[in-house]
Write a protein that binds this ligand. Structure first.
Ligand code: GDP
Ligand code: MG
Length: 439
């Protein structure tokens, strides 16, 4: 599907404004991508409508193709729908801050309780108390105690005979006495949402008045996760959602729907079984994941922030008139460098890692330093006109740049090849040629 999207994107390059047809083609693919990623149907419908309204008639940024421009709008809408970065955790006026973890069996509550405790200690220098309030599964208390041992963190438990409400109440008292600033209550789950479970959770809520109620949901359960979130939110009133198992190959469309349907922000993402694999939830990364577009989107971001549109236009003009010089080459390189490690950049171009020869071409950042040094050792005239180059000039340049004549030769060859390539590109029939720099 990602390939199809890219195909559509390519088809509609080279126009100055986003046309209705562009948007139509793009949104058809986007709609499919979203549905495939398990985004709720109604959410998709609303979203596509908004995207259409926004995208048609937009000026295409010089550094983007119309297809990319539409995707940019899609990305912005998706991120907005997921509600910005939300990894803040409440701080109670009078400690301890009480966090209650809820969710179905197997969603990852116990693991996430440990992860959260670890996060609070590491990032915020807090001293959490973990509370084992799941008394139904025989091994549940042991499991949390093991987590506590791994983290070298205290766990409050009263075995499996005590009542969860009493456990929660006593734990908060003990936390006060022992000056813990956070209490994380790991509760029991069921296979499905049921009355008993909700009743018990409500009782715990009433007893300890939590500052946060986090619902832990398994991202792999797709649409079900949305229904679960809806029921828990209605009954308990959630303050946040933790989406677990995002390290799997799920597309995570549930993330989008959960936020849209319940209005509850997703605060963290579980990225593995280990206790340090919890990350703040990032809507933008999720947006690209949902669209399945690799990192096309972050490439768009980079292009946006780094490529000065006017420069791009001038460059295109130079390419056309063949007045491209070593100075331009140097400037180009500077831009590329601004965009971060070259290899990162290449890996972001969809399909680039599949391109033959690219692997062998292994972009060597050190090589760039030499190239820069060589060009800087050229005189102004030499930079403008590489034809001036002769043996003695090459020797001088090699000496000045701390390189060898063969390195200088290699650069000259590369430069000529690049010029040749540009000539081919600029000779392409109109309409086929990308507008500006299609990076
Ligand atoms: P609970 O029943 O809700 O308490 O769920 P658990 O914390 O016991 O987790 C159930 C299973 O999911 C365990 O095997 C965990 O190791 C696993 N798990 C939890 N979070 C993640 C995650 O983010 N990624 C992966 N891959 N596994 C997870
Ligand atoms: Mg558990």
């Amino acid at each position: 599907l990602a390939e199809r999207l890219q195909g559509t994107m390519k088809k509609i390059t080279g126009k100055g404004k986003v046309s209705e047809q562009d948007v139509k083609e793009m949104t058809r693919e986007v709609r499919l991508a979203l549905l495939e990623a398990d985004v709720n149907f109604k959410v998709v419908k609303d979203l596509i409508k908004r995207i259409k309204e926004r995208a048609v008639g937009q000026e295409v940024m010089e550094s983007l193709t119309p297809g990319q421009q539409v995707i940019k709008v899609v990305k912005e809408e998706l991120s907005e729908l997921m509600g910005g970065e939300q990894s803040k955790i409440a701080v109670a006026d009078r400690p301890p801050t009480v966090i209650m973890m809820a969710g179905l069996q197997g969603a990852g509550k116990t693991t996430t309780s440990g992860k959260l405790a670890n996060h609070l200690r590491k990032k915020h220098k807090r001293q959490p108390l973990l509370v084992a309030a799941d008394v139904y599964r025989p091994a549940a208390v042991d499991q949390l105690e093991t987590v506590g041992q791994q983290l070298e963190m205290p766990v409050f438990s009263k075995g499996t005979d005590a009542n969860p409400v009493d456990i929660a109440k006593e734990a908060v008292e003990q936390a006060k006495a022992e000056h813990h600033d956070y209490v994380i209550i790991d509760t029991a789950g069921r296979l499905h949402v049921d009355e008993n479970l909700m009743g018990e959770l409500e009782e715990i809520k009433t007893a300890v008045n939590p500052d946060e109620i986090f619902l832990v949901v398994d991202a792999m359960t797709g649409q079900d996760a949305v229904n679960v979130a809806e029921s828990f939110n209605e009954q308990l009133g959630l303050s946040g959602v933790v989406l677990t198992k995002l390290d799997g190959d799920t597309r995570g469309g549930a993330a989008l729907s959960i936020r849209a349907v319940t209005g509850t922000p997703i605060k963290f993402a579980g990225m593995g079984e280990k206790l340090d694999q919890l990350e703040p939830f990032r809507p933008e990364g999720m947006a690209s994941r949902i669209l399945g577009m690799g990192d096309v989107l972050s490439l768009i971001d980079k292009a946006e922030t780094n490529v000065n549109e006017k420069q791009a236009k001038e460059l295109e003009e130079k390419m056309r008139t063949m007045s491209f010089t070593f100075d331009d080459f140097l400037e180009q390189m500077g831009q590329v460098k601004n965009m971060g490690p070259l290899e990162d950049l290449m890996s972001m171009i969809p399909g680039a890692n599949k391109m033959k020869g690219l692997k062998n071409a292994q972009i060597d950042e050190k090589q760039l330093v030499y190239v820069e040094a060589i060009i800087q050792s050229m005189t102004k005239e030499e930079r403008q006109d590489p034809n001036l180059m002769n043996a003695s000039r090459k020797k001088r340049i090699a000496k000045g740049s701390g390189t060898s004549v063969s390195q200088v030769n290699r650069l000259l060859k590369q430069f000529n090849e690049m010029k040749k390539m540009m000539k081919q590109m600029t000779n392409m029939p109109k309409g086929k040629k990308g507008k500006g720099m299609n990076m």
